[in-house]
Write a protein that binds this ligand. Structure first.
Ligand SMILES: Cc1cc2nc3c(=O)[nH]c(=O)nc-3n(C[C@H](O)[C@H](O)[C@H](O)COP(=O)(O)OP(=O)(O)OC[C@H]3O[C@@H](n4cnc5c(N)ncnc54)[C@H](O)[C@@H]3O)c2cc1C
Ligand code: FES
Length: 299
């Protein structure tokens, strides 16, 4: 597949756009939000030393042997033979650092789409999307997907981060009160921001922001569903919030993934089916990454 573009959107956040055609495009034309790809970056060059952040100077020298998992923030299907996918990524270590040097026309090896993706149970009329930090990309994809395929469904987004600089979205200047993330307003979707330091939107954790919204709006629980992606501690709080309001909840789990296809067993997630005492380990890459919040055993 070919790189169409790779632009910095904020410090450490980039959007990588890829174009697929032929069989690759066919495979991705039916992609579901929450699915992911395994990207090979072993042959991708490092940036020049002056472009490597100080905290990554040592780890940047690590060899990249394993592929890395990434979900999509946007997918545009022009035809079954022409698909564009966009990956929103944060530079955290040697692989994502190398990703920053990809340029238009470069070729990249990816495997996917992998995993199960989010689903929409019958009868749902309201979707609450709760994103924490870098959990945002698949929820951006989901928002667009819901608007296109379930036009009558109301979608409300809550996005949280330590500070506005850590939010991988474009915050509209009128946002001080928590409204208007460009990536969602373009679909006509209501959005709220929560930051730990109060630099934009609600000051506090995103689950508290969502909880207040639910208490204020009192949606019909049976017609509502929460979708979430972010750090595991936040997902545990989201699962509690959903249980408290008796709302269905699907969360996207993250694990280190060596193979991404159910072979290496490195991505175990502990689950417990309703009414059972025994726990069962499932594979994040194959049985997930999307799990029912009720079934997860958080530490
Ligand atoms: C299903 C899935 C979808 C993902 N989608 C995205 C995405 O859309 N955008 C994005 O920026 N990142 C995403 N990630 C995370 C991404 O795979 C890692 O950030 C990347 O592999 C880091 O590689 P690296 O070599 O740059 O850093 P590394 O040196 O490998 O990691 C840097 C730091 O991040 C932690 N880390 C790395 N990978 C994971 C992981 N899978 N789970 C928990 N902690 C991890 C490491 O412990 C380390 O502290 C996703 C992960 C999964 C499992
Ligand atoms: S990553 Fe290998 S089994 Fe899941």
């Amino acid at each position: 597949m070919k790189v169409r573009g790779n632009v910095a959107v904020k410090e450490r956040f980039y959007r990588l756009s890829l174009r697929l055609n032929g069989k690759g495009a066919l495979a991705f034309s039916q992609v579901i939000p929450g699915q992911f790809v395994e990207v090979s970056l072993c042959e991708t060059a490092l940036p020049s030393v002056e472009n490597i952040p100080d905290d990554l100077l040592d780890s940047s020298q690590r060899q990249i042997i394993l592929r890395r998992p990434f979900s999509f923030c946007d997918v545009e299907v022009t035809s079954q033979a022409d698909v564009r996918i966009e990956i929103l990524y944060c530079v955290l270590g040697p692989a994502t650092l190398r990703m920053t040097t990809l340029a238009e026309g470069d070729r990249l090896s990816i495997i996917g789409p992998l995993g199960n993706g989010f689903s929409v149970p019958d009868g749902k009329k309201l979707a609450l999307l709760v994103a924490g930090g870098m959990g945002a990309p698949p929820l951006q994809h989901l928002a667009g997907y819901l608007k296109a395929n379930f036009p009558k469904m109301r979608v409300v987004v809550f996005a949280g981060a330590k500070s506005v600089a850590d939010l991988p979205f474009s915050v509209q200047s009128s946002d001080k009160n928590g409204h208007g993330i460009s990536e969602f307003t373009r679909f006509g979707i209501e959005s709220y921001i929560a930051t730990d330091d109060g630099s934009a939107g609600f000051q506090g954790v995103v689950t508290e922001c969502a909880d207040r919204w639910i208490k204020r709006n009192r949606p019909n629980a049976a017609e509502t569903i929460i979708y979430s992606c972010g750090p595991e501690q936040m997902l545990a709080e989201v699962a509690k919030l959903a249980a408290k309001h008796n709302i269905d909840c699907q969360v996207s789990m993250e694990r280190m993934m060596a193979c991404g296809i159910g072979v290496c067993q490195s991505c175990a997630v502990e689950t417990r089916a309703t009414g059972q005492t025994e726990t069962v380990y499932k594979l994040c890459c194959k049985d997930g990454p999307i799990f029912n919040g009720k079934d997860l055993v958080f530490e």
